[in-house]
Design a protein around this ligand. Structure first.
Ligand SMILES: NC(=O)c1ccc[n+]([C@@H]2O[C@H](COP(=O)([O-])OP(=O)(O)OC[C@H]3O[C@@H](n4cnc5c(N)ncnc54)[C@H](O)[C@@H]3O)[C@@H](O)[C@H]2O)c1
Length: 247
């Protein structure tokens, strides 16, 4: 076991976009970061970019045994998890609800809803077992509190994330574990690469700032929620959306 004396964070979906921005932000702020993502090469490359002492681990968050194994791996290596960011997610096909094949519905729910549930469960169990008064941030979306056409599975999965965040916050407040969610507006990441290219002006106009977010702008809000500065905040849904949901 390596004892770094620094707080340890696990970031799922940490090899790209918002998760990657979080991993960089936390590493800059003195955390030891474990990035977890689907692809071995990508997690190794990300951990190497972060510098010495950080770690990359492969995981498919839809598989509970892989998620449990991931969290056990972090605890074996560092002895603790102080913070977690559950950012792994997929967008899903642009289809009306009545046109959505069951397989597509299940694929989106498996990553975005089951994946956050399985990650949250393992992270909470690890924190409780070690007596850590940790903090967890789930990356929901503006679509966790509003609807949008052609995205029923995505919208449902993100509402599920907001709901499980609130339920878990109540259940584990007594252990000193804070659990919150952020709701990014449209953010310039690979997730949106195609839709953005075709509809960038239209998407920008849905935000009061008339632009989409940079992943770093989401990461700094997540970092705040993980930090002691947010010690009285739990069960919150924090929109980081340039005014999108204020309209
Ligand atoms: N980009 C946006 O506009 C936006 C807006 C609101 C919310 N979000 C949410 O932010 C989170 C991160 O999205 P992003 O924009 O950074 O996208 P991204 O595609 O850049 O990153 C998502 C990461 O999740 C990983 N991932 C996907 N399925 C996985 C699985 N089964 N197991 C492990 N890892 C998996 C991908 O490999 C990828 O590295 C998602 O939950 C997304 O829904 C994004």
């Amino acid at each position: 076991m390596v004892t770094t004396g620094k707080p340890v964070a696990l970031v799922t979906g940490g090899a790209s976009g918002i998760g990657l921005a979080c991993a960089r932000h936390l590493a800059r702020r003195g955390w030891t970061v474990v990035v977890a993502d689907l692809d071995r090469g990508a997690v190794d490359a990300t951990a190497a970019q972060l510098g010495d002492g950080h770690l990359g681990l492969e995981v498919d968050v839809t598989d509970g045994s892989q998620v449990d194994h991931l969290v056990a791996g972090v605890v074996d290596r560092f002895g603790r998890i102080d913070g977690a960011v559950n950012s792994a997610g997929v967008l899903g096909a642009r289809l009306a609800l009545a046109e959505t094949p069951v397989d597509e519905w299940r694929r989106v729910m498996a990553v975005n809803a089951d994946g956050v549930f399985l990650s949250l469960r393992a992270e909470i169990n690890a924190m409780r077992a070690a007596g850590i008064r940790g903090a967890i941030v789930n990356v929901a979306s503006i679509m966790g509190v509003v609807g949008s056409p052609l995205a029923a599975a995505y919208v449902a999965s993100k509402h599920a994330v907001v709901g499980m965040t609130k339920a878990a916050a109540w259940e584990y407040a007594g252990d000193g574990i804070r659990i919150n969610a952020v709701g990014p507006g449209y953010t310039d990441t690979p997730l949106l690469a195609h839709p953005m290219a075709e509809r960038s002006a239209e998407l920008a106009a849905r935000h009061a700032f008339n632009r989409v977010a940079e992943p770093e702008e989401i990461a700094s809000a997540i970092w705040f929620l993980l930090s002691e500065e947010a010690r009285f905040i739990t069960g919150a849904f924090l929109p980081v959306d340039g005014g999108f949901t204020a309209r």
